[in-house]
Ligand binder design. Structure first.
Ligand SMILES: Nc1nc2c(ncn2[C@@H]2O[C@H](COP(=O)(O)OP(=O)(O)OP(=O)(O)O)[C@@H](O)[C@H]2O)c(=O)[nH]1
Ligand SMILES: [Mg+2]
Length: 246
């Protein structure tokens, strides 16, 4: 039986996670995957961790990593990936997924099957390949995403259409190649582009799979102006360095 660990960072996602965890487990286990859902929670004031503990008491396959305070999505993934490879070494794949319902679990199953058939090391849920897109995305939100992707592509040179997507299937063997270098990555949203660049430089085969990105089900977005500024700063610095290196 093939195995998968789905890593989900959470900050105030109690309502969403109550719905999402059982849906993921039912769907993937029903399709024959040995599955663990690993929640990385930053002591959410809304009691997200209590909800996870409650669910974990009633069924296997749920793991919780609690951190003392809000430290950023990138840093949550770094800790989550380490835990995934150490505690769930049986899994052939490690996934990234948001807690807010934007990433449909059925698409995750499609991405896993695509990784199996194609042999790709990384499969990205992508809004910008045929069949993908935004469901009710505001013009402002879509423009931020488009701009971020343009910057990512120019600065890293990686030819991926949705480099900022936080919905990914990564082969564990590929993640092991870069795991010791993750601590150098940033704690915020730019982590996604930095990780993609690392995997790409390590020779991984990256493919995209259509994602219909849904609006968040409940709760509030954590993507603020400070994050966008840090993102742009890193990309511009990267672009400058690559020009100088040439
Ligand atoms: N553990 C942890 N999780 C975080 C942190 N910041 C964001 N997250 C989680 O990362 C995921 C993505 O965050 P979102 O706020 O949905 O960001 P987004 O999808 O880019 O923005 P929206 O489209 O507005 O929702 C969610 O599951 C968040 O709960 C953090 O500092 N720590
Ligand atoms: Mg979201």
């Amino acid at each position: 039986m093939r195995g998968v660990v789905v890593v989900i960072p959470t900050y105030n996602e109690a309502e969403n996670i109550r719905w999402l965890i059982p849906v993921i487990l039912d769907l993937l286990e029903g399709a024959g995957w040995r599955t663990a859902v690993l929640i990385v929670d930053d002591s959410s004031p809304d009691g997200t961790a209590d909800v996870v503990r409650g669910l974990a008491a009633s069924r296997p396959g749920i793991d919780l990593l609690e951190r003392p305070g809000k430290m950023g999505i990138g840093s949550a993934y770094i800790d989550g990936f380490r835990r995934a490879l150490e505690a769930h070494g049986w899994a052939e794949y490690v996934c990234e997924m948001d807690a807010d319902g934007s990433h449909p679990p059925e698409t995750l199953l499609g991405m896993l099957e695509h990784a199996e058939h194609s042999g790709a090391d990384v499969v990205i849920g992508s809004r910008y390949v045929p069949g993908g897109g935004w469901v009710e995305g505001s013009i402002h939100r879509v423009m931020v995403s488009r701009g971020a992707n343009l910057l990512a592509r120019i600065s890293t040179g990686v030819r991926v259409r949705d480099a900022t997507s936080g919905f990914r299937v990564i082969r564990s063997s590929a993640l092991r190649k870069v795991i010791d270098r993750l601590s150098a990555l940033w704690s915020g949203y730019v982590f996604q582009v930095q990780l993609l660049y690392l995997l790409y430089e390590a020779g991984c085969r990256v493919e995209e799979y259509p994602l219909r990105f849904l609006p968040r089900r409940a709760g509030k977005s954590k993507l603020g102006g400070g994050e966008i500024a840090r993102y742009a700063f890193w990309c511009l610095r990267m672009m400058f360095r690559r020009i100088v290196r040439r």
